[in-house]
Design a protein around this ligand. Structure first.
Ligand code: FES
Length: 341
């Protein structure tokens, strides 16, 4: 059975097979809605059902609370329409011409800048054009049919390669494979580019980047791309990590600093030997302390869900950040997707 889905406020309509989620149905018809994990874990695809009914499917309660369900919200990567529906969700522009592909790649190098992070450089087939927007991610396609998602840390102008920052999660089977077994020249397969975490270039608002640990990866890609394109909106990068050793690209971030770009590292658990004189505490609290009013800003956040959610709530509820000026890419390590960035 196919039903009619209407997107609000755009008024765009499409027919959706009732076996498809609304996100899948929209994608088949060429409408791009915001999404991250595609598995009910991150909340990026949350929309409000204004009319009609949906089966909300399986999702994590941290991504959609009972209160939100009572208000009519649903996660469109899980929700299937059970009648004609109208859903309030903002559409994403800018991805129209980007093709999602399944490609092989070869591991070119594996660097370990500290005990916790591996930087993987992957070479793409020379004859294949792989286009993406800085900040998007890829899914590795594993032999057992599972997928593992990682954000791309490089900018698209570095053609022919992909850089990933992989965190060493104890118990994370793919990260253990990367840390203990993966060798240079190994061939892997991936699908991409995916996701809607990229710089909204049509805006001229100043930008706050909030990165947690390897959430630095897609933000690095966005910043390097913006620098390459000569985008000179005021930008500040807050990078929250536990200890000084976790700032694995400190020198690089420091090299971006100028009168339009500030870099503020924030340590939550500095060690005595760190002799840290800088900011401490939680990264979103550092932003709250520095900005009494965020009404004129855009915020781009990538890191653990708790960091992203805490930031979103605090910035929109106490600092007047417009809800649609908060862009995020939370990791959801407990599920197959968006494993470790
Ligand atoms: S919850 Fe739907 S994309 Fe993450």
């Amino acid at each position: 059975m196919s039903v009619k889905v209407t997107l609000s406020p755009s008024g765009n309509q499409f027919q959706c097979d009732s076996e498809d989620t609304i996100l899948e149905g929209a994608q088949k018809e060429g409408f791009i809605l915001p999404f991250g994990c595609r598995s009910g874990a991150c909340g990026s695809c949350k929309g409000k059902v204004l009319d009609g009914s949906v089966d909300r499917g399986d999702y994590q309660s941290s991504a959609l609370t009972d209160d939100e369900v009572a208000q009519g919200y649903a996660l469109l990567c899980c929700a299937k329409p059970t009648s004609d529906v109208t859903v309030e969700i903002r559409q994403v522009n800018g991805l129209k011409d980007i093709q999602v592909k399944k490609l092989p790649c070869r591991v070119e190098s594996i660097e370990k800048p500290n005990h916790d992070v591996a930087i993987l450089k992957l070479k793409l087939p020379a004859q294949e054009k792989f286009e993406f927007l800085a900040g998007q991610y890829i899914d590795f396609l594993l032999k057992d049919g599972k997928k593992r998602s990682f954000s791309m840390a490089n900018a698209p102008h570095e053609a022919g390669m992909i850089e990933l920052h992989i965190r060493n999660y104890p118990g994370g089977s793919f990260s253990q494979y990367v840390f203990n077994e993966l060798k240079e020249k190994t061939i892997l397969r991936f699908e991409g580019p995916l996701g809607t975490f990229f710089l909204r270039e049509e805006s001229d608002k100043p930008i706050i980047f909030m990165a947690g640990a390897t959430g630095f990866a897609p933000i690095k890609g966005i910043i390097e791309s913006a620098r390459h394109k000569g985008i000179d909106r005021p930008m500040v990068l807050y990078w929250g990590v536990r200890t000084k050793a976790d700032l694995y690209y400190y020198d690089l971030a420091q090299s971006w600093v100028n009168d339009r770009f500030k870099f503020i590292p924030v340590l939550s658990e500095p060690l005595p030997e760190d002799q840290w004189q800088g900011r401490t505490g939680l990264v979103h609290e550092a932003i709250l302390a520095d900005y009494p009013d965020l009404s004129g800003y855009q915020v781009y956040a990538c890191g653990a869900p708790i960091m992203v959610e805490s930031g979103y709530k605090a910035f929109t509820q106490t600092r007047a950040l417009p809800e649609d000026e908060f862009y995020s890419d939370p990791f959801t390590p407990s599920v197959d997707n968006k494993a470790t960035s």
